[in-house]
Design a binder for this molecule. Structure first.
Ligand SMILES: [Zn+2]
Length: 235
């Protein structure tokens, strides 16, 4: 651990699940008889925008009733106290890392609390519904959509993620199933770039075999103890 200075962390649904945010997979992949893939694609939005906006309005409202858990708070503490490089790449679209106090966070799949204007390409903080086609605060056009990376769209800021990975000495994956690319490939990329790799997960994932070490258990227990360990070796 002494030779570790730069850390890249990937977080997934498992860390938010303990705050009561259900995942597509937990829900059986269905929403009101629609496959989630059918409400979370650009094609679905073009075909039936009301359905898609309703789905995201509901999820945007739901996450605002949830609170960060000890795993989010431990990562926020790491962010405050770790003197080396750190990037928390999250696949989650909630704001629980930020509400716990973390700042070095990158949302590769977008954010529920942003709206993206397809007329002027600006993003605005958005906490209310979009179903009534509110005007964009920047250009005034009623062209806001959820700022979420849908199936078939390119994740955000991949260049920034790979730049951090190239300098990383440790890559840690927390609460991800390893099912969704490109994030599922990060562990292999990190290894080939020379980083140590650690997985913290509730159960073995599809990618467990690719990590140097896997620790199994709830994120709310594993993450605080790992953060204690890392910070104690910094001092
Ligand atoms: Zn606009």
């Amino acid at each position: 651990m002494a030779d570790i200075r730069n850390i890249v962390i990937l977080t997934g649904a498992g860390i938010s699940a303990e705050s009561g945010i259900d995942t597509f997979r937990d829900a059986g992949g269905l929403w009101e008889q629609h496959r989630v893939e059918d409400v979370a694609t650009p094609e679905a939005f073009a075909r039936d925008p009301d359905l898609v906006l309703r789905f995201y309005d509901m999820r945007r409202e739901a996450i605002q009733t949830k609170a960060p858990n000890p795993a989010h708070r431990a990562l926020a503490r790491l962010d405050r106290e770790w003197e080396g490089g750190l990037l928390i790449v999250t696949q989650n679209v909630d704001d629980l890392h930020e509400r716990a106090g973390a700042e070095r966070v990158l949302h590769m799949h977008g954010e529920h609390l942003n709206a993206w204007c397809t007329a002027c390409d600006t993003r605005s903080r958005w906490t209310g519904p979009l179903i009534d086609r509110p005007d964009c605060p920047t250009c005034g056009e009623p062209c806001l959509r959820p700022d979420i990376v849908w199936f078939g769209e390119m994740p955000y800021r991949m260049e920034d993620i790979y730049a951090a990975m190239r300098g990383a000495h440790l890559f840690v994956s927390i609460g991800t199933s390893g099912a969704v690319y490109p994030a599922a490939g990060f562990v292999r990329d990190a290894r080939s770039l020379g980083a140590k790799t650690l997985e913290l997960n509730l159960e073995r994932s599809q990618r467990s075999g690719w990590f140097d070490e896997t620790r199994l258990g709830p994120a709310s227990e594993l993450v605080p103890s790992w953060v204690d360990e890392v910070l104690s070796q910094q001092n």
